[in-house]
Design a protein around this ligand. Sequence first.
Ligand code: HEM
Length: 401
Amino acid sequence: MSLMTYEEVLPFGRMIRQDVEQRKMPPWHADPNVGEFMNDARLSDSDIATIDAWVKEGMKEGDSKDLPPAPAFEKGWHIKPDVVFTIPEFLVPKTAQDDYEYIYVPTNFTEDKWIQAGEVLPGDRRVVHHATVSVIDQAEYAKHLAEHAKENEGVDEFHFRTGKVLHLRPDAPVIDDGCLAPDGGGIPGHPSGYLNIVPAIYLPGHMPEIRPTGYALRIPAGAYLQFQVHYSNHHGLDVKDRTSVGLVFAKEPVKHEVAQYEIWNNMFRIPPNDSNHRVTSCFTLPKDVTAVAYTAHMHFRGKSMTTKAIYPDGHEEVLLDVPHYDFRWQETYFLKKQFLLPKGAKLMTVAYFDNSKNNPLNPDPSKAVRWGEPSDEEMMGFWLQFADPQLVTERPVTAQK
Ligand code: HEM
């Protein structure tokens, strides 16, 4: 629903008061006592009191002279992209109830570009369940294509595939407490932290990635954009999709180059009917980084997630606490003040899952759940957007490693 005009707002007045008083709206799931975030959407107590008073006083229309100008957006976008890349038309057949597709779009950039903001615009929201856009170097492109062309892509001693989605084998070793395992909860032999360059992502409840001034990610000349699109077609009809990503170039001098560590536990097992199942992951930073933003990612059984840093001198600091995780609202929390996380600091994430019938979102409490790409299986990820603390101008231009 649009809340742009008095006429549009009036019928929802009481509902708006209730939702803002209960802090259900605007949506925000991080504990406000942990960290300060530049995209914090919460209303102040006085804003809420204003809405409350307005409803009590009969929801009168104010003086139109006091109206602020309406924000101008390009249709569909929350940002004003400088460039838009769109996948070729993709037919999502009615049988594609849970498919991961990898689609590559060349940037044709003839020079490196700095990206300050990005947003994914789903082509057809009925079928685009999520879409992650990652940067792939020209040199890596052929390897990616070959990998995705394999019928048994990703299948190994731990994984199996059904159609276009990957799952952990039910008999794979169980590692709930990743912090006790050598790989921190990652697949044995693969540490839990995985480096990725993500200009934008579309997840339920996710807003555009707007990085602080001076922080940007780099798309090298000639690079490709990988669209990992999770299609879920439950409409009984074939649907055509053309999903896009919009990018905003950095307008101010770039000081710090941004990338992302995706820290996972991929080996847990949630027993049936368990209402409070604990899973951890740990990742030790291999270099100094500047913390820029955090994202908590689980599926429908996700209940809460907390990440703390354990510094080399032993002291600890909670970075993010999402006490009531909701799969439908997966925000990325951009720090108001970026800060140094030193090499050797251990990032420890503790998540709880509710696989009981009391979780209204639970697809099936009778099932033991392991890692899997479909939403009715689970994931446990904490993603750290970080920057290289060294000024861009003071180091040779090389990809983040
Ligand atoms: C002060 C700002 C906001 C107000 C007053 C507001 C108000 C409301 C109200 C009254 C509802 C109906 C809830 C119901 O049926 O009980 C609603 C639902 C919704 N709002 Fe907001 N909203 C605000 C901000 C936002 C923002 C920033 C977003 C997106 C990021 C958003 C996304 C939604 C969505 C997707 C729904 C439907 C799903 C749901 O009920 O969870 N709203 N909002």
